[in-house]
Design a protein around this ligand. Structure first.
Ligand code: IMP
Length: 441
C-alpha cells in the first residue's frame, strides 16, 4: 500500500484540500506534518463547505484516521473549536483523530509576539497570518517550547509556562510596547484544554509505523507550499516550517524510506497571500478579474490574494526540491473566459534569461518575467470527465505546461466539487491507486 505526500508547489492555496479529499478513500490514514492553524483547507462535499485549519481534511471521510503530527504547532483553543464544529456537523472524532504528544503548543503570547514583530518590521513585514505560528516555532528551535505532552503534566507545564511568560513579557513590554500576560490567565484555560484533548494525545510516530507495518496506506497532507518553505522558499517571506516533501518524514516520524511517492498540487495560474516576491504578479483589472472568478481570498484571514500567471520556473523548482512524481493541476476553469493565457518561461536578469528559479532576495527584486502567450479556449471546462472532453486549446495549454515542468499531470480540477475532477491516463496516480476514478462516480 503506497504512502504518498501531497505538497503545494507555489505559494499555497493550490487546492490541496480538494486533492486530499479525492484521494482519501484510497488510503487509511491522513497526516498533517507541519504548519498550524495558519493553514486553511477548503473542502466542498455536496452542498456543504468545510474550512479546516489544523485537522486533516481526511476527517470528513468516515473511518479515515487523521493524525496531527509532531511537526505541527497546535493552538489548542482553535483546535477544540474546530473539533466542536465537526462534531456538530456529524463527524466522528473518537478513534479517528490522533494528536502527537511532541507537537508544540501555540500559547497566547505567540500571536502577540507575531503582531509585535510584524509591526516592528514595518515595510519589511512578512504579512503573516498573525496566528503565532512563527513565534511557536522560534520557541521549538530555542528548546523552550511547550509540547502537547507537557500540557498533560501540570507541574512541568507550570514550570515551563512560568519561565516563558517572564521571558515573553520582557520582549512584549520592552521591545514591542505591547500588553503582557499573567501566568494565571493562561494556566487554567490551558489545563482545561489539556483535559479536553488528553484522549487524543498519543505517540503518533509509533502508531504510524505500526499501521504502515500492518499494510495501511498513508497520505501526508502538506500545508502552505514549496515557495513558503523555511529553507527553500522566498526567504524571509516564508512560513516557519518545512513545507516541502522532506518535512513529511521529520514532521510525522515516518522514515523517508517508507514514503513511496510525491504528488505536487499547482493552480493553473498562481496566487500569493502576504508580502514577498511574486515574479508573475498580474496588475490591475486582470488581477481583479482572476481574484473574483477564482474567489481568491484567504481561507484563514479573508485577505485578498495577489494573483499572477503560471510560472514554469517555480514549478520546475518545486519538481526538483520535492522530487515530484506528478502534479495535480487545479482551477483550470478560472481561465475559461480569458482571451489569452500567459505562461512564464524565464526571468530576464541583467541581460541574461534565467530558466532556473534563482535563490536570493536581491536577484528576485531585479528579474522581469518572460512570457509565452497561448490562445484562450473561451469554453467552459467544468464537468469534463476525461482529458478528451476538454477544449482542444485547453489541452494544448496543459500539454505545454507539462512540457515545461517535465513531469506528467495526474489530475485536472475544473471546479470545487469532487466530480469536477479528471484523472489523467497513464499517470503515477493510477499506478498508486488503480481505483481512484471509481470514487469520483
Ligand atoms: P505565517 O505562516 O502566519 O507566519 O505567515 C508567513 C507567510 O506564509 C505569510 O506570507 C502568509 O500569508 C503565508 N501563509 C501562511 N499560511 C498560509 C496558507 O495556508 N496559505 C497561503 N499562505 C500562507
Amino acid at each position: 500500500m503506497p504512502n504518498i505526500v501531497v505538497v503545494g508547489t507555489q505559494w499555497g492555496d493550490e487546492g490541496k484540500g480538494k486533492v486530499v479529499d479525492v484521494l482519501t478513500p484510497q488510503v487509511n490514514v491522513v497526516v498533517r506534518y507541519q504548519g498550524g492553524n495558519n493553514a486553511g483547507h477548503t473542502v466542498v462535499v455536496g452542498k456543504e463547505k468545510y474550512v479546516l485549519h489544523s485537522i486533516p481534511s481526511g476527517i470528513l471521510h468516515p473511518g479515515c484516521r487523521c493524525v496531527v503530527g509532531c511537526g505541527v504547532v497546535v493552538d489548542p483553543g482553535a483546535l477544540i473549536h474546530e473539533m466542536e464544529m465537526l462534531v456538530q456537523r456529524g463527524v466522528t472524532l473518537d478513534g479517528n483523530l490522533f494528536i502527537s504528544k511532541n507537537a508544540h503548543v501555540i500559547m497566547p503570547y505567540h500571536p502577540a509576539l507575531d503582531r509585535g514583530s510584524e509591526a516592528k518590521l514595518g515595510a519589511r513585514r512578512i504579512g503573516t497570518t498573525g496566528k503565532g505560528v512563527g513565534p511557536a516555532y522560534v520557541d521549538k528551535a530555542a528548546r523552550i517550547g511547550i509540547r502537547m505532552a507537557d500540557l498533560l503534566d501540570q507541574k512541568l507545564f507550570k514550570e515551563k509556562l512560568t519561565y516563558n511568560v517572564a521571558q515573553k513579557n520582557r520582549i512584549l513590554r520592552d521591545i514591542y510596547g505591547a500588553q503582557t500576560f499573567s501566568i494565571e490567565e493562561i494556566l487554567n484555560p490551558y489545563l482545561d484544554y489539556a483535559g479536553w484533548l488528553a484522549p487524543y494525545i498519543t505517540d503518533t510516530a509509533l502508531l504510524l509505523t505500526k499501521w504502515i507495518d500492518n499494510g495501511y496506506s498513508v497520505l501526508f497532507e502538506g500545508a502552505q507550499a514549496t515557495m513558503l518553505d523555511l529553507d527553500h522558499g522566498t526567504y524571509p517571506y516564508v512560513t516557519s516550517s518545512s513545507t516541502t516533501a522532506g518535512g513529511a518524514a521529520t514532521g510525522s516520524g515516518v522514515p523517508p524510506t517508507r514514503i513511496n511517492g510525491i504528488l505536487g498540487v499547482a493552480k493553473a495560474y498562481a496566487t500569493r497571500v502576504g508580502d514577498g516576491p511574486f515574479p508573475t504578479e498580474m496588475k490591475g483589472e486582470m488581477s481583479e478579474y482572476i481574484r473574483a472568478r477564482g474567489n481568491e481570498y484567504g481561507a484563514t484571514t479573508g485577505r485578498p490574494r495577489r494573483c499572477g500567471w503560471f510560472d514554469a520556473l517555480v514549478l520546475r523548482y518545486a519538481v526538483r526540491i520535492n522530487g515530484l512524481d506528478t502534479v495535480a493541476l487545479t482551477k483550470l476553469d478560472v481561465l475559461d473566459q480569458s482571451q489569452t493565457v500567459k505562461i512564464c518561461t524565464g526571468y530576464r536578469y541583467r541581460g541574461d534569461v534565467l530558466t532556473d528559479f534563482p535563490e536570493g532576495e536581491s536577484v528576485l527584486r531585479e528579474i522581469q518575467p518572460v512570457y509565452e502567450e497561448v490562445e484562450g479556449w473561451m469554453t467552459p471546462t467544468s464537468g469534463a470527465k476525461c482529458e478528451g472532453d476538454l477544449p482542444a486549446k485547453a489541452r494544448r495549454y496543459l500539454e505545454r505546461l507539462e512540457e515545461l515542468i517535465g513531469v506528467p499531470f495526474c489530475l485536472i480540477s475544473t471546479g470545487p466539487q469532487r466530480d469536477d475532477t479528471i484523472i489523467c491516463d497513464d499517470s503515477p496516480l493510477l499506478r498508486w491507486f488503480p481505483s481512484v476514478r471509481s470514487t469520483l462516480l
